[in-house]
Ligand binder design. Sequence first.
Ligand code: DX5
Ligand code: ZN
Length: 220
Amino acid sequence: MVNVIEIAPSILGGDHSRLADSVGKIAGAGLKWVHVDVMDGHFVPNLSFGPGVVKALKSAYPDMFYDVHLMLDNPHLYIDAFARAGADLISVHAEPEYPVSATLDEIHLVGKKSGIVINPKTPVGDIAPYLPKVDLALLMSVQPGFGGQSFDVAVLEKISSLRRMREEMGLSFRIEIDGGITASNVGECIRRGVDTIVAGTEFFKNGASLLKAVLEASAL
Ligand code: DX5
Ligand code: ZN
């Protein structure tokens, strides 16, 4: 089973004074996915966007697919709000203490796709119990909180392991990577099994090279 490759530019790397224009750039590049990083200042040391921003962008660009990455200590309290705002896929981290499995169920109950996320230091085996019920598994390749950090190559082995687990379990969830993605490292991620690529800084600064590198790697 092979998923079609999607690039999900992160609006964290866009122009925060003109977020709708940043989504316009994504649409203009022929892409459909928009990655929205939501931060609470507790689980990660930064604050970013709330459901109001998702709602505004969804109304400006209703045909885009909003891939909402919740970096929150209490993500289960906000599923309904982001679903109503127009999120299409909601991802939650495995690290904080909250009912992870029930939260993934709730995401489906409100009619959205679900994702499970792990930080660079969290072993991939930790998410095995959730894999049968998710549409996507997201591997962080930087410690979350800020755009513009350097890619941690230790994630490469995790991509391979996750792909093996997916095969062994007979599942078809997407494998997404997030953090420090550039035109130089995206090819190796795709070869290892990534099919969904988050890119903030690189998309908005160097988008043409990124798209070219993705096309070249997907053609192999
Ligand atoms: C980090 C976020 C990422 C970030 C990626 O906390 O989850 O989505 O915006 O940005 P770049 O591509 O600049 O590393
Ligand atoms: Zn993210």
